[in-house]
Design a binder for this molecule. Structure first.
Ligand code: MN
Ligand code: MN
Ligand code: ZN
Length: 284
């Protein structure tokens, strides 16, 4: 089982690994820089080696990073678009330096320019980025979104369309966020509906592209298109969607990451992880 949570890098990237160990995570997600700022402090060799050493010592693996919220690769505004591409490139370089295999990102918002125009901008940006970094190892992992405002990626078809535009498809992957797809209108609770949703994902995107699962319950109801995370089992999803996924053997090797509210002592993460582990049916 690869279960974990998003961890803070305050005080140094290696601290996220230590927090992961404290909460009993197998895997973690981090921001490689402050998520609400454009600028990034340069990673020193010591930052990098300590981060890698702590992963070796603890067995807690940093499987993905999440990009800053300022980046919008779907923006119709040329200045913001170029700035976003530059910032995204730096995040990819940081992931490569830290040997993080997946960089999770929200595809972007079209901000009124229309969905087709927005999707085209995103596809173009990825082609430029991957072209500029032919030796990069990190994959761009596009996340399913709730579809709030003009956010793109709330339909599996939109993610498939983006991947379709990208030439180097080997470096494209997908992150499924349980809160987001539920808010976007994909049912997950009833086992039959769950299977149909995953079948749809497989038919349209392909389950082989699924490299990260975000485990969040939702404060907002089904189909609301709102993105508000809640603790596992305490929200509109309840426990059933998580039971379905935790017992779906196809996803045994897919890292599952919490992005739920938390405090410094991490007790919420510990509780959520306990709840998730208790859902696994014993087969022997
Ligand atoms: Mn996200
Ligand atoms: Mn997410
Ligand atoms: Zn979210």
């Amino acid at each position: 089982m690869l279960l974990g949570a998003h961890m803070s890098i305050a005080g140094g990237v290696y601290n996220a690994v230590l927090d992961g160990e404290k909460a009993g995570c197998d895997v973690i997600q981090i921001f490689t820089k402050q998520s609400n700022q454009w600028k990034a402090k340069t990673l020193t060799d010591e930052d990098i080696s300590r981060f890698l050493d702590e992963q070796k010592r603890t067995g807690v693996k940093a499987v993905c990073a999440h990009t800053s919220y300022l980046i919008n690769l779907g923006s119709p505004d040329d200045a913001l678009y170029e700035k976003s591409i530059e910032a995204f490139k730096i995040e990819m370089e940081r992931c490569d330096a830290l040997k993080i295999p997946q960089l999770v990102m929200h595809p972007g918002s079209h901000v009124g320019s229309g969905e087709e125009a927005g999707l085209k901008r995103i596809g173009d940006a990825f082609n430029r980025l991957l072209d500029a970094m032919p030796d990069g190892k990190t994959s761009i992992c596009i996340e399913t979104t709730a579809g709030q405002g003009t956010n793109l990626g709330y339909k599996f078809e939109q993610l498939a369309q983006i991947i379709d535009m990208v030439e180097d498809k080997n470096r494209m992957s997908v992150c499924l966020d349980t809160c987001h797809i539920f808010s976007a209108g994909y049912p997950l609770q009833d086992p039959k509906e769950y299977r149909a949703t995953m079948k749809e994902f497989d038919n349209i995107i392909g389950l082989k592209r699924l490299k990260v699962i975000h485990f969040n319950d939702s404060k907002k109801p089904f189909g609301s298109k709102k993105d508000r995370h809640e603790h596992i089992g305490d929200g509109e999803l309840g426990l059933e969607p998580f039971r379905n996924i935790m017992n779906d053997r196809r996803f045994n090797k897919v890292p599952k990451i919490l992005e739920t509210p938390k405090s410094d002592d991490l007790h919420e993460d510990i509780e959520n992880l306990e709840r998730l582990r208790s859902l696994v049916k014993n087969h022997d």
